[in-house]
Design a protein around this ligand. Sequence first.
Ligand code: GTR
Length: 382
Amino acid sequence: SAQKTDKFMGEIVNYDETTVPAYVLPEVLKTAKTTFAWEKKRRPEILQLFAEHVYGHTPKRFDSIRYNITNDKPNAMNGRAHLKEIAITVWNKGKSVTIPVVLFTPNGRQQPAPAFLLINNRPKRNTDPTREVKSTFWPAEMLIDSGYAIAAFNVNDAAPDKPGTYQHGVLDQLFPEELQKPNGMKAIGAWAWAASRVMDYFKTDKDIDFKRVAIVGHSRGGKTALWAGAQDERFAMIVSSCSGSSGASLARRKYGETVSLINKQFGYWFNDNYKKYSNNVEQLPVDQHMLFALLAPRPVYSTNAVEDRWADPRGSYLSLVNALPAYQLYDKRVTLPAEPPAVNSPVIRSKLGYHFREGKHDLNVYDWEKVIMFANYHYSKK
Ligand code: GTR
């Protein structure tokens, strides 16, 4: 049987369900009883709370943006797809940052294709445009054969994923003032900002169905996908793979990775204010179910794995259940059972989708299969 506790960075990590202390989650709706009140008052309030206390505020403007097609192959993947590599350059106050994007769109369609955009936190060979290297993390052929466009950018091009160098990119070049502020955006904020710039490009590409773009991320990328989807309502669908603490899983549940541990190990992902909650998470004015509430009424899918207890799969299901009030403002029929589904029994036919599969912390072909089923189902309903 599995170990019930562990030690990490001087802390005891709990894996015993029976010893999780009771907690009280902040209310999602408060006085909002209509979508109008939600959209005008409570939703913006929650968005501000996440910016102020967790991920940092995202600057609203920049001077200019330019898209450069650096590689254009209309007959990639043996003619099945059109490859474009795009260099997105954003300028602000005389400085610039360039974010390269790899994009395949399916050939032979009458209509623009719905798309998946991966926030890639793994090495670039996982999104190889030549397809010499294939990766189950970004199985581009599988998406193309299912009728979807598939794109990716690498987090390191926006903000290097390292505590000592994360500043060198979007932050020090475009928005240096963010680095000085306790509520300024840090790495996750910069990655989410970059995802929105790819969305800006998609709007100009006639091969893409701009109204059906899903943002996808794994782990730290999954946290980022949720934050990007919360801020940028142009993302029609959100997919979080094993995003755990400060992503899909409830902060107040003492199980696996905690706010304290993530601040110790990955402080540069979050703003400085978040550090105040390391030792009193119950004071945090939000919890992660409210991040899902910000996605309503858009479909969101959360993947989890049996061997990824660190990410608290049960806490990630409970986020969805506790986000229901926001979804139900739009549609009373959106429901979920109180208890998570069994292993390998995905919940597809709900706007709050979820699975708990066998295996480890990863984004793999099983996950993509279910995500495609989820997208097929929800897009066909409209
Ligand atoms: C883990 C970290 C998680 C998650 C993951 C990843 O070690 O504790 O919060 O983000 O890394 O990104 O792979």
